[in-house]
Design a protein around this ligand. Structure first.
Ligand SMILES: NC(=O)c1ccc[n+]([C@@H]2O[C@H](COP(=O)([O-])OP(=O)(O)OC[C@H]3O[C@@H](n4cnc5c(N)ncnc54)[C@H](OP(=O)(O)O)[C@@H]3O)[C@@H](O)[C@H]2O)c1
Length: 350
């Protein structure tokens, strides 16, 4: 198939001060001919799907973090799955499906060491490389197993439970013999967690009686709390921690849009209950990714890990509004944008 004459990319136009609005990004169009002369070891990549991740909100702030901020004017950072459309590398052939940190663009020139081959189970889809078998799945795997050290008999509470990471956390904890309570933002998400994914219980944190419901659901006290949201829910989990509980600090999405970050008021529970509260960044486990990917793929092949995807159709122009959706709970499971219609079966298209 011939390449289109032009291609589009989404660039950061200005930094947000609090909530993301689509006008912080701008869409630009360039001539394809300007990037098609590849050097040795390079490939031309065209994504079919681009990933939306809460961490992107942090990459827009000009502050010190585990990764430098996206520069004003630059193509927005992000990962995608799709096809090699031209290759001057012996490692990849034209037509091959791959994963790449390509940015929010329809076409990019990448070095072959920036591109990864996909290893999927028989029931896998290429989009799984962005979700349950990709970064969110790996975050769940290392977070609950290595940081949380989950074991049979533990009582585990997961916030952000119906998202890409949380949904896998709860399923791994169940596989290890734990009892799992998930917290999510709607009744339908809670029903999915219990009926489809096998969580023992799920609570809607937007329900007016959430505080009472949480107290009665955590009577046995918490062994492992996997935190994706921070804020008031973290405080509530601290108040119900068992002695020597492990708090896995994965993220705090409720605080990403504010400069006035709410720290835990109940932090003295860390002392009295001898809690181990530990943050982690999945990239630190890069050397162990192959082993974790194999295990996650096996669990998926055996039907022990299920996933859902929320996919926005309509191309790169929809990426800014999709990023906003993460902060409004518009997704169940992994959120992504379909950049180019492919052969994948459509699922939960919006
Ligand atoms: N440490 C690491 O290496 C690492 C790696 C990947 C991800 N993370 C973190 O893991 C968390 C989940 O990421 P993900 O990619 O799996 O995203 P996700 O859970 O698929 O999507 C984000 C979800 O957060 C919930 N949410 C949004 N605003 C909220 C609020 N104010 N309070 C409570 N919940 C809120 C929404 O669901 P509801 O309907 O339930 O509100 C939304 O669906 C994020 O905190 C992310 O930063 C950390």
């Amino acid at each position: 198939m011939a390449l289109p004459r032009t291609y589009k990319s989404v660039h950061l136009a200005r930094r947000p001060t609090d909530h993301i609005t689509p006008d912080i990004f701008t869409v630009k169009q360039d001539q394809t001919s300007t990037i098609t002369a590849l050097k040795d070891g390079e490939v031309l990549f065209s994504p079919s799907h681009l990933s939306l991740d809460p961490a992107m909100r942090g990459w827009l702030n000009d502050s010190r973090s585990y990764i430098p901020p996206v520069k004003i004017g630059a193509v927005m950072r992000g990962a995608g799955v799709g096809s090699i459309v031209a290759s001057k590398s012996s490692k990849f052939r034209k037509g091959e499906k791959v994963y790449a940190s390509c940015g929010w663009t329809e076409l990019s020139v990448l070095k072959d060491n920036e591109v990864e081959k996909l290893e999927l189970p028989p029931n896998g889809r290429i989009t799984d490389a962005l979700g349950a078998l990709g970064m969110p799945g790996l975050t769940a795997y290392f977070g609950i197993l290595d940081v949380g050290k989950v074991k049979a008999g533990d009582f585990v509470v997961v916030s952000g439970a119906a998202g890409a990471t949380g949904s896998v956390v709860g399923q791994i904890a169940k596989l290890k013999g734990a009892t799992v309570l998930g917290l999510a933002g709607s009744d339908s998400k809670c029903t999915w967690l219990v009926n489809e994914l096998g969580f023992d219980q799920a609570l809607n944190y937007k329900d007016p009686s959430f505080k009472q419901n949480f107290r009665s659901a955590t009577k046995q006290l918490i062994d492992v709390y996997f935190d994706n949201v921070g804020g008031e829910i973290l405080d509530m989990a601290l108040s119900r921690a068992k002695e020597h509980a492990r708090f896995v600090m994965c993220g705090g999405i409720s605080q990403y849009n504010t400069k006035d970050v709410q720290g835990p008021k109940n932090y003295l529970m860390i002392v009295s209950m001898r809690i181990r509260m530990e943050g982690f960044i999945v990239f630190d486990y890069a050397k162990q990714y192959p082993e974790a990917k194999r295990q996650l793929a096996q669990w998926m092949a055996e039907g022990k890990i299920k996933r859902q995807e929320t996919i926005l159709k309509g191309g790169v122009e929809r990426l800014p509004e999709a990023l906003q959706m993460l902060f409004q709970g518009g997704n169940t499971g992994k959120l992504m944008v379909e950049v180019a219609a492919g052969e994948e079966e459509p699922r939960a298209m919006l």
